[in-house]
Write a protein that binds this ligand. Sequence first.
Ligand SMILES: Nc1ncnc2c1ncn2[C@@H]1O[C@H](COP(=O)(O)OP(=O)(O)OP(=O)(O)O)[C@@H](O)[C@H]1O
Length: 334
Amino acid sequence: MSTARPLQPDVPAASPAPPSPGPAASGVQVERVSKSYRRGQRVLSDVDLHIRAGETFGIIGPNGAGKTTLFGCMLGLLWPDAGSVRVAGLPPDHLQVRRLTGYLPERLTFDAGLTARQLLAFHHALAERPSRERPQEVEALLTQVGLDKAVWDRDTRKFSRGMLQRLGLAQALVGQPRFLFLDEPTLGIDPEGVLHLRALLRDIKSRGVTVIINSHDLAQLEKVCDRVAFFRAGRVEALEDLGSPSSTLTRHALVVRWAGPQPLTPEQLATVTREVGATLLDTAEDSLRFSVEDDWGASRLLGALLQAGLPVASASREEGRLERFFQRPGDRTP
Ligand SMILES: Nc1ncnc2c1ncn2[C@@H]1O[C@H](COP(=O)(O)OP(=O)(O)OP(=O)(O)O)[C@@H](O)[C@H]1O
C-alpha cells in the first residue's frame, strides 16, 4: 500500500542513539496532521492532539470521520501527508516505540489452526519476553482477559467473536505495553465481558499505561475515559475533560425531578444553586440538570432544594452525556 510506512531502524547505523522514552518525552503528540487517500479528499485536516502519559483517552465521531485513519497514523502504520506524530518522543514506527505499544485492531485475524495458548505463546516469543516465564505469563494473560480455561487449548477458528476479542486483548497486552491502542474493544463482547473489560482497564490504568480507545460505545467510554476527543470530517471538533468540574459533560451532572408543580421562581432557583456552588445547566418541564463538583456537592444541593420547598422526587447522575456531541449544534443544550 502506498501509504504504509517503512519501519524506522531500531538504532540507526553511524548515528547517535535515539532518545530513550521517558517521563520527559511521554504521551502521544499529534501535531498538525493531515492525510488524504485520494488527491483533493482530505480525511484528516490539521489534527492537533496531546494525549498525556497515563490517561485513558477516547476518540468518538460519526462513521467516516477519520478516527481509524488517525489511529493508523498514531500507530505508525500510515504516513501523514503533513504534520508529525510522536509517541514517548519518538516516531511511532520506531522499533523502540513498537516494543512499548499494544494494539487491538477492529478486524481480528489470527494464524489459522493455533489454539489460544499457542497463539499467545507465539506472540510472547515475538515480544521477546523471557521464555522460562512463558507458560505462566500466557496463562495469567488468558485469565486476566476472562477467557474460560476450557477453551485455552481449542482451535481459535472455533471461537466466537467475543472470545476472539478477549484473545485479541491478551495479545495486545503480551509485551506489557506502556501504550495500549484499542479499536472498538467491546465489539461482540457480552455484558459480563464488558464489565470485565472495564475492571481490566482500571487495573491497566493504575499501572500507568496510556490507553487510547476508538469506539462507538459511548456509555463505556464515558465510564472509563479521562478525556474524549470528538471527531467530525477529519477535525477535532471538541475535546472534553470528563473529570473537570467546568466541563459541560462533567462526571457530576445531576438530574433532579420533582413531584407536583415546581414552586420556585427562576430567581429563587438561581440563588439556591449559587449558594451551594452548583451550576444550573438545563431546565426542562419536569427536571433540572445541574453540574456539581462531587457527591458532597450533590448532597448539599439536594438539601438546599428541599429546604427551599422543591418537592424532590428523584435525583440521578446523568448517563449518555457523550451523545450530546452527535446532536446538531443547534440542538445542543449547554
Ligand atoms: N485505505 C483507504 N483508501 C481510501 N479511502 C479510505 C481508506 N481508508 C479509509 N478511507 C476513507 O477515509 C474516510 C475516513 O475513514 P476512517 O475509516 O478513518 O473513518 P472512521 O471515523 O474510522 O469511520 P468508522 O467509524 O466507520 O470506522 C472514509 O471516507 C473512508 O472511506
